[in-house]
Design a protein around this ligand. Structure first.
Ligand code: SF4
Length: 362
């Protein structure tokens, strides 16, 4: 290694190959390590790491002084746990968390170490340009419009990059490299040792999903998604973009594969195997979990139809935002109606009882 990284440095960047060889030395038998007292402490740390990732808690402290080895090992265990979970969104969250964490430390890193981390990830921080194909590969998950190729300064096959942008691209590269590595091929015996941790995180994940979207409510679907469902029900041969958008939307709001396939059974030419394959592919079995497109992309697909007053008045930018707002409104309306009904019922019962009492007195 041209630059010396001690354990405290590696604790900041546990994805570096030098940190990984430390893990291999320390936990040469993963099973024994997990069962050991030290392994249990590390597992608790890994759980807290995953919980922070789940809750998008990107507030980091430089606590590596205490036990840098524990930091490195908890990174490794957290990756095993999410791999056993088999939930793509959890992989996404953990990778995002790790890239944010690394970016936090890189802000104050010595230049030679920062460069080393960047080069390990395939980014040259000193270069002010990137080849177009490399750039295209790097940015697809960056939502901000300034990253779109049409908004960039492109010259002779290169995209110009500012210094501060290089650091953002490095963070994104860390995220995508880690994402490509997950899920790890973890054997059943290790997954069963991690079962209680996997169960704990799976419950927290489900709760988070419910908190975010609650029970699925089709009446709160945005007009664009309702239009696609109507087209499916009418037997229209919908384009791939429509099928993709609807499936990714339903998956993201927490519908399981059966629920999603059930929507497609409304099509007269429903083919269970084909539908199941497509749904599972979009939901993450292929290794990539897709999210539904935003309103701008829906417009370019020609799928933004029947936009209603909520779309317009709230300046909705994503069908998921529409769903969250509408559902919240409907849920609170339902609660009001329920409490009014209960109030009326109580009043009627009280009146009835009062009437009974007065009849008995007579
Ligand atoms: S504005 Fe967005 S949410 Fe509303 S119909 Fe168009 S794509 Fe759907």
């Amino acid at each position: 290694m041209p630059v010396e990284f001690d354990k405290k440095d590696l604790a900041k960047y546990p994805f570096l190959k030098e940190a990984q060889s430390l893990v291999n030395d320390r936990a040469y038998s993963v099973e024994n390590f997990i069962k050991s007292e030290f392994g249990k402490k590390i597992s608790a740390k890994a759980i807290s790491r995953i919980n922070s990732a789940l809750n998008n808690n990107y507030i980091f402290e430089d606590d590596r002084q205490d036990n840098p080895e524990a930091e490195i090992l908890s990174y490794a265990i957290s990756r095993l746990v999410v791999s056993c979970m088999k939930e793509r969104q959890m992989n996404d969250k953990l990778c995002r968390y790790e890239s944010e964490r690394a970016a936090f430390f890189l802000q104050t890193e010595k230049p030679e170490k920062k460069d080393y981390v960047a080069i390990s990830m395939g980014i040259d921080l000193e270069s002010r340009r990137i080849k177009v194909p490399d750039y295209i590969e790097l940015v697809p998950n960056l939502r901000d419009a300034r990253w779109q190729l049409v908004n960039r300064d492109v010259n002779e096959g290169y995209v110009s990059i500012k210094r501060e942008e290089s650091e953002e691209l490095l963070k994104e590269r860390i995220r995508s490299v880690l994402h490509k590595q997950l899920p790890l091929p973890v054997g059943d015996s290790i997954c069963s040792l991690l079962q209680s941790m996997v169960g704990e995180i799976s419950r927290a994940y489900q709760e988070k999903l419910m908190e975010q979207f609650g029970e699925v409510n089709e009446s709160a679907f945005p007009p664009c998604m309702k239009a696609i469902i109507n087209a499916v029900s009418a037997g229209t041969n919908i384009p791939h973009t429509a099928r993709f958008s609807l499936t990714a939307f339903m998956h993201t709001i927490g519908m399981d594969t059966t629920g999603i396939v059930e929507v497609y059974t409304r099509a007269p030419d429903f083919d269970v195997d084909k539908t199941l394959y497509q749904v599972e592919h979009i939901s993450g079995r292929s290794g990539t979990e897709y999210t539904p497109p935003g309103c701008a992309t829906m417009k370019t697909y020609g799928l933004c139809v029947n936009a209603d007053s909520l779309c317009k008045n709230k300046n909705i930018a994503h069908p998921l935002s529409y769903y969250k707002i509408k559902k919240k409104k409907e849920d609170s309306f339902k609660k009001t109606v329920e409490s009014e009904t209960n109030k009326n019922r109580t009043e009627v019962l009280t009146k009835k009882n009062n009437h009974k009492d007065s009849s008995v007195e007579k």
